[in-house]
Design a protein around this ligand. Structure first.
Ligand code: EPZ
Length: 428
């Protein structure tokens, strides 16, 4: 399994191009099941999770052609409705095929997604939302068996104990676009990735009103055509590079990132004493000229502070000039990175869903273990600032959601390299 070896202490300088958003392109790819005609997706990142979704679509009778930054899809067999455990177990976002299968093929057999290291991730809201539209769902032998023949437009409330659900909103939205009648989704997720999916559905001929807000109105249509769509930039990749610039006291320009999707992250960096400049050419310049200041973070649904940036910001606050409180309100157990950061000399104490981060004057490079996508990004960010060498093991986690991360970092002056050994990465 590949490792990343990082010699820390180099201020990052230069420009980095931000890739397309993983969490937008995955549901958008699932939505191509709905299309009567070819779809062309542009600005597509090259990621392990995308390959998994492509394999699932091929299992479901969708031809997918992959080119540099482009994907072309065409439904060739409408009879398939089974998304197998072998694939679904490697990526929770596979659940996003449930809505499109029900809408277009009126039946689905999707493996129930298993456990996740970031904490419990039930899909009760997905099920309740689709049952709310009239789908009949049952769980048998580890598979969700769903029948959509009786679906019709209705009012659906999608709020849960931790707020709205991102992929749950995506599933109900994709089911509703081809379902007769009007569906109203209340407490829908407002993440930019959900809005991007909704724009793609509209490009295919869908009728969706209220895009980007918590109240969505969908009027079912009989048929959706193919469409061409450019995927939004990855705000989580952008936020990760912002913390890398901050923790190394660098000066980095992000190209292609959308600052309007990063307001909470930018406000937090500003509180940490980092200079963030939105430039006329739409690029974002990040400079850290002084020691990082401590601040408190509470993760919330969008437009609040994203949980997917919590670990990277925590790593940065480890070298702040004082104490910070980081509270995780979306996944209260999402602190698996803490123990690895502590191995790097970080001083972090966990109290329930809050981590108290006592800033230290320096982090020390060490061998560390990646456990999930964002935790591994946080270890890379910490390693870039640490004294000495950090060796991040199991980087297949990072390849799931970051396109060529070490190449992009080397281009910014980082001393980082991938150490490949031929042991194949486990399928999680
Ligand atoms: C999406 O996951 C993202 N994944 C996650 O990013 C992200 O962390 C999450 O949204 C929150 O922003 C993709 O878009 C592919 P949720 P999703 O349903 O849709 C609870 C990454 O690193 N909940 O919005 O699975 C749930 O347990 C990944 O790229 C229910 O209780 O998240 C959580 O506490 C990790 N019942 C909260 O709601 C449900 O049926 C939000 O989850 C669904 C969710």
């Amino acid at each position: 399994m590949d490792k990343l070896e990082i010699e820390g202490g180099v201020p990052l300088r230069g420009e980095v191009a931000i890739s397309g958003a993983k969490n937008a392109v995955l549901p958008i790819l699932a939505a191509t099941i709905l299309a009567d005609g070819p779809c062309v997706l542009e600005g597509v990142p090259d990621l392990r999770d995308l390959d998994t979704m492509i394999r699932i679509l091929r299992e479901l009778g969708v031809e997918v052609e992959k080119g540099p930054g482009i994907l072309t899809t065409q439904v060739v067999d409408d009879s398939k409705c089974r998304a197998p455990y072998e694939l679904v177990k490697t990526m929770r976002a596979s659940i996003c095929v449930l809505g499109p299968l029900l809408a277009r093929r009126k039946r689905a057999e999707v493996s129930f997604p298993g456990g996740c290291v970031i904490g419990p991730r039930p899909i009760d809201l997905h099920v309740a939302g689709l049952e709310g539209l009239g789908a009949e769902m049952r769980l048998e032998a580890g598979y969700i068996h769903a029948d959509g023949r009786k679906m019709s437009g209705r009012e659906i409330y999608l709020g849960g104990a931790y707020g709205p659900t991102v992929t749950g909103t995506a599933n109900v939205l994709m089911a509703a676009v081809l379902t007769p009648g009007t569906t109203v989704i209340e407490h829908a997720a407002c993440e930019p990735e959900v809005a991007d999916l909704a724009r793609f559905l509209v490009a295919m001929g869908g009728k969706v009103v209220g895009i980007g807000g918590p109240h969505l109105e969908v009027t079912g249509v009989d048929r959706l055509t193919g469409a061409r769509h450019r995927v939004i930039a990855d705000r989580i990749e952008a936020g990760t590079f912002m913390t890398a610039a901050a923790i190394t006291h660098g000066d980095v320009v992000l190209r292609g990132a959308d600052a309007s999707h990063l307001t909470a992250a930018i406000a937090t960096l500003t509180r940490m004493g980092v200079t963030v400049e939105r430039r006329a050419d739409k690029s974002i310049r990040v400079r850290a000229l002084e020691r990082i200041r401590p601040t408190d973070i509470v993760t919330l649904p969008h437009p609040g502070f994203p949980t997917d940036l919590q670990a990277q910001f925590m790593a940065t606050l480890c070298v702040a000039d004082g104490n910070s409180f980081v509270t995780e309100k979306i996944y209260p157990e999402r602190f698996i990175h803490v123990a690895e950061l502590q191995r790097m000399r970080a001083r972090i104490r966990k109290e329930g869903p809050t981590a108290i981060v006592e800033g230290v004057d320096y982090l020390s490079g060490a061998p560390v273990m990646a456990s999930d996508l964002r935790a591994s990004a946080a270890l890379v960010v910490a390693g870039l600032a640490a004294r000495g060498t950090t060796l991040v093991d199991r980087v297949y986690h990072i390849d799931r959601g970051y396109e060529r991360i070490e190449e992009k970092l080397v281009a910014l002056g980082a001393r980082i390299r991938r150490i490949s050994d031929r042991t194949p990465a486990p399928l999680d």
